[in-house]
Ligand binder design. Structure first.
Ligand SMILES: [Zn+2]
Ligand SMILES: [Zn+2]
Length: 483
């Protein structure tokens, strides 16, 4: 295991979705001999009846991620996956029918229970001033966890080289007690999308590559796996759905980061739900709960988008950046880069905010919303990272001129326009701004190659480049279609 794979796994998990696998993306393995994985199969109770999706032929989610607009059965993600991110080895996955676009839950291996015991799980809920605080240590309260690390199981680690070992990490979620349905659904991004009452965080349905994480990655028979030390679920383990309400409807199993509850697999009357029963965000509204999400056995498993406002009252204090020295081998170069990139991102937010009241173009409005969510997440990430770098003694350096930063007059004059004139000028300005960010990332990468840049930083730069390039391509198309 090289430092490189450890570092990239580490940050991928923090930033995007899941970093569980650490297969070197550069290495191409020969297709493996068939192996008998049956000792590692599980038999979910939910698969034992005719209700709900067919466990032997679940729809593979790989092609059902969307970055443009929410849709039923899809995951609305703020950014596309990074195809070069680490993940499990597709040539060794026998339970996915690639041609049919389906996978067989009953033929997929799970890491069994064993002697691994990371300590007691904790979850404390409290309410004050309209805010529900949920503090967890990210270990299962019910103590159910597999025998990590998986490296002790060669058949499994040949498929998914995740070397992670779950460890306690304190995380606090602050969510509105009475969430409201937002004007438009919001995209999901970057790490935790919610938390279970079992004390373990939920990630969305995809791995760092943007593929269906539940189909691709190996988790333990209790439903979770670690990104380095950060244990998480990509779907709801069925044992957490054990206390139905009096009408048979599943009970509350956790909260999503917009404050709405995540309920189990069954609706009123105890009938197992499918995507067809739910809206594009994977929820529905009925008394006495009002709006709420449901788990399903089919992609996107937990939520498809945020029905409420994920940014308003959500805060995670926490994981992953505990040991910045592990992430930042070259603080001298990284700190100024982060500082500059934060300022650069901040201007993107400023630009995006201008759309309010100035556009009637649905595409432009959605674009601005996506930019606001993804860039503010990245800013938060970079600020946390920067604190770690600063603590390690990096000198402050003066800011230089940044490519793509727009002069104040340009932003001011943009603010004086509206409708199609605004749309055109806005898209042009944002594209120029994005080109600048890509240029900054490229320059940083070039200058850092000879130094010990660290795969984490490299991954982040690639992430910024990929995201902004995809966004720019989309804006180019939008510009063409403007009246
Ligand atoms: Zn994961
Ligand atoms: Zn319901």
């Amino acid at each position: 295991m090289s430092r490189r794979t450890i570092f990239s796994s580490f940050v991928v998990g923090l930033l995007l979705a899941c970093s569980a696998g650490v297969t070197d993306p550069g290495g191409v393995d020969e297709p493996a001999e068939p192996v008998d994985l049956s000792p590692y199969f599980i038999t979910p109770v939910l698969c034992g009846d005719s209700e709900g999706p067919n466990c032997e032929s679940l729809r593979l989610g790989d092609d059902h991620l969307t970055t443009t607009a929410p849709a039923r059965g899809k995951l609305y993600s703020c950014s596309a996956g990074n195809p070069n991110a680490p993940g499990s080895d597709p040539t060794r996955i026998s339970w996915i029918d690639w041609a049919a676009g389906s996978w067989n839950l009953l033929a997929k291996p799970f890491l069994p229970a064993g002697s691994f015991a990371p300590g007691p799980g904790q979850a404390n809920l409290s309410e004050s001033g309209g805010i529900r605080s949920i503090t967890v240590n990210n270990l299962p309260v019910d103590g159910m966890i597999g025998d990590w690390p998986m490296t002790a199981y060669p058949l499994l680690s040949a498929i998914d080289r995740n070397p992670g070992i779950p460890a306690a990490t304190t995380i606090t979620f602050r969510l509105p007690v009475d969430p409201v349905v937002g004007a438009t659904p919001a995209c999901t991004s970057l790490g935790a999308i919610g938390v279970t009452l079992n004390g373990v965080v939920l990630y969305n349905a995809v791995d760092a590559r943007g593929n269906d994480a539940v189909a691709h990655e190996i988790v333990d028979e209790f439903g979770g796996h670690p990104a380095m030390s950060d244990y998480h679920y990509h779907f709801l383990p069925e044992r957490l759905d054990a206390e139905p309400m009096s009408d048979g409807h599943s009970g509350l199993t956790g909260y999503i980061r917009d404050g709405f509850g995540l309920y189990g697999y069954k609706g009123i009357g105890g009938i197992e739900l499918t995507n067809d029963d739910l809206d594009e965000c994977h929820g529905h509204e009925h008394p006495p709960m009002g709006y709420h999400y449901h788990a399903t056995l089919e992609y996107p498993y937990t939520v498809g988008c945020y029905r409420g406002v994920p940014e308003a009252a959500f805060a995670v204090a926490g994981p992953a950046l505990r040991s910045p020295e592990r992430v930042v081998p070259d603080a001298k170069m990284l700190a100024p880069f982060l500082r500059r990139m934060i300022l650069h991102h901040a201007q993107a937010l400023e630009l995006a905010a201008l759309t309010s009241g100035r556009t009637h173009n649905e595409g432009v409005r959605r674009l601005a919303e996506r930019i606001m969510i993804s860039q503010s997440e990245e800013i938060r990430f970079m600020q946390t990272w920067l604190r770690g770098v600063a603590a390690s003694g990096a000198p402050d350096t003066p800011e230089h001129a940044m490519p793509g930063m727009l002069p104040a007059e340009r932003i001011e004059s943009l603010g004086g326009t509206s409708d199609s004139t605004f749309d055109r000028l806005f898209l042009e300005a944002m594209m120029e701004h994005h080109r600048g960010a890509i240029e900054m990332a490229r320059v940083y990468r070039d200058h850092s190659e000879s130094s010990s840049m660290g795969a984490a930083a490299e991954w982040f730069v690639l992430h910024v480049e990929a995201e902004q390039a995809a966004e720019s391509a989309r804006m180019k198309e939008m510009l063409k279609s403007l009246p």
